[in-house]
Design a protein around this ligand. Sequence first.
Ligand SMILES: CCCCCCCC/C=C\CCCCC/C=C/C(=O)SCCNC(=O)CCNC(=O)[C@H](O)C(C)(C)COP(=O)(O)OP(=O)(O)OC[C@H]1O[C@@H](n2cnc3c(N)ncnc32)[C@H](O)[C@@H]1OP(=O)(O)O
Ligand code: FAD
Length: 670
Amino acid sequence: MAAADWGGKADHLAGERATAQFDVDGMKVAWAGSRHAVEVADRMACLVASDPVFRKDTRTMLSRKELFKDTLKKAAHAWKRTVELHLTEEEANLLRLYIDQPGYVDLHWVMFVPAIKGQGTEEQQKKWLTMAYKFQIIGTYAQTELGHGSNVQGLETTATFDPSTDEFIMHSPTLTSSKWWPGGLGKTSTHAVVYARLITEGKDYGIHGFIMQLRSLDDHSPLPGITIGDIGGKFGSGAYNSMDNGVMRLDHVRIPRDQMLMRLAQVTREGKYVHSDVPKQLLYGTMVYVRQTIVADASRALSRAVCIAVRYGAIRKQFGSKAGGPETQVLNYKTQQSRLFPFLASAYAFRFVGQWLKWLYTDVTQKLESKDFSTLPEAHACTAGLKSVTTSATADAIEECQKLCGGHGYLNSSGLPELFAVNLPACTYEGDNVVLLLQVARFLMKTVSQVASGKQPVGTTAYMGNIQHLMQCKSVVNTVEDWLNPAAIKEVFEARALRMAVNCAQNISKAPSQEEGFSELSPDLVEAAVAHVQLIIVTKFIEKLQEDILGHGVKEQLQKLCGIYALHLIHKHLGDFLSTGCVTARQGSLANERLGKLYAQVRPNAVALVDAFDYTDHYLGSALGRYDGDVYSALYKEAWKDPLNETVVPDGYQEHLRPLLKQQLKLSRL
Ligand SMILES: CCCCCCCC/C=C\CCCCC/C=C/C(=O)SCCNC(=O)CCNC(=O)[C@H](O)C(C)(C)COP(=O)(O)OP(=O)(O)OC[C@H]1O[C@@H](n2cnc3c(N)ncnc32)[C@H](O)[C@@H]1OP(=O)(O)O
Ligand SMILES: Cc1cc2nc3c(=O)[nH]c(=O)nc-3n(C[C@H](O)[C@H](O)[C@H](O)COP(=O)(O)OP(=O)(O)OC[C@H]3O[C@@H](n4cnc5c(N)ncnc54)[C@H](O)[C@@H]3O)c2cc1C
């Protein structure tokens, strides 16, 4: 399908495709999760690619105002098409995804609606979601403030209950309490779930969510007492600048009591605070949900960058053989392969762990509904950890893909600068990655202490129960081939993760207090958390290979990619594996040798492996990553679209360039 908007012209990558040793269609199914998923994604991608309103080839050349208006136009058109075509929720989500332009609708669907679903009573859901589903109101998620983002308990906005009128008074008491960052808040949202300190009967009960109307539904002006605007331009051209991240100050704005989200806690008519018998952490449920979706976003962004770099690497040639033979495709350089193929493997690894995380989230949600809260800490640790590791790796990889494409990768028309700029903030939003890894570490330290007191850990920490073995085992790897054994790979990852966690726990216990120890050891704790999360990713990839995977050669390719993912981590973090005694220096070099062989085996399949992502040229948005590989014509054509090329002689020539040149000429004649 990726050739759909390609039109059947000469395929410069045909030779590459001919060397593939597996069934690309089968791989598409493995990547997407099911035949149905491939089919619906294809249909939605084509719908977007064939609609001129969704064009994005000149996006990076638009001014902020033009870009914002273009985003409003696309969002409205997408909604129109959704209604006209009676799209299902799955189809509508994919439509939004392939439009590929961050905007207020993301916050509306991904945060505002889930916040009400998770924290509103049935009555509140009925009232607000009915309007939200029909886009009669547009909502955002207003949590972060100018002064606090990570420390949610430090937020300053107040919601003070006034029993005389049965209302809350919403107020920003300081400059730092101004809401700052919420997407769509700046110019678009009519409503928001606003997080504020609940004060009733003179007591501060901490952070709670409140639904607030922000703008008039008649003329869109802010309601009395509300000062609201955009926070200004952000990193890169195009990119996240399509989003109106906002600032908001509240001056004693009154809202009815029933606009406090009351599923987790209530304030009675008399002003009494009542907490339900559910963990208070459920207040953070929306963040758990979104972190889970961000893992899927990361694999998608990474796969786009890899697709661009692999296809371009197969087209780009530099240097020939000394005997004057043909020039070498840069993808054939071993250094390119060792930089790029781990990203290809990571894209698949993140995709599969993202599919598993979605399952975990659904499972935990079902348990929560039947009041089983036991798996909540693990769900928090898994979503926080995987969000952190996958987004950091993705941002680094996109940047490296730019370098892998040389100078042309730095052009906006490569698609890479925008891809980087859009995905970089995923390391920060929905929880700064280091802050989230410290949450994982906290969970690990608790688990280690439970294991020490004889409790059997479950789920993703079950391996810690095998502590006797894992603390002293030595890897059995003795030959390069031994590194093909998934059990051998899993064992060293388990041993490394456990030993790093236990080392931290032992060192913390030597500190004057738990808190001081945690703070002192925090750099090591972050590394232990990364080791644990990488183990989860490796394990889920290995488990994926135990499923029925159809299609000639598909499983074999995935086995190679799984090997690359795991072994490149051993190579990259060899210090961890050596210092914890999980592998010897010799085993480390055998792993590296195995890695080199795997790169060579993947090379003839590389283009087909990125074709299996099934991206249209429209979605990829890259002159370098085109399906047909006609890179140079595309680069040449794109250059002429730049506004600078609208005139042959540039604006400013008469005022600045001509006088300068004339003056210099005059001086030289003196
Ligand atoms: C190119 C096209 C692109 C189109 C893309 C379209 C796709 C759209 C997809 C996504 C769009 C995303 C848009 C993103 C917009 C961004 C939104 C935001 O950023 S919203 C704001 C998010 N803010 C944060 O994440 C703040 C981070 N901070 C926190 O989460 C917490 O405060 C904390 C740091 C985790 C908590 O710290 P701390 O422990 O100090 O405090 P407490 O609050 O007291 O916690 C005590 C116990 O609770 C446990 N805990 C904490 N969080 C959770 C949780 N979420 N669930 C369960 N349990 C939790 C914590 O571990 C403590 O436990 P114990 O140790 O006491 O047992
Ligand atoms: C593009 C974008 C969109 C966003 N959209 C929204 C939105 O829609 N709604 C919303 O409410 N918010 C939104 N945010 C805000 C976002 O959630 C916060 O920026 C994020 O949670 C990080 O908080 P912070 O900015 O306060 O960083 P800080 O916490 O100030 O981080 C600064 C530095 O301090 C470090 N640090 C902080 N605490 C610790 C600690 N305990 N230990 C060690 N190091 C620490 C961090 O690692 C970081 O390096 C958005 C942000 C961005 C960039």
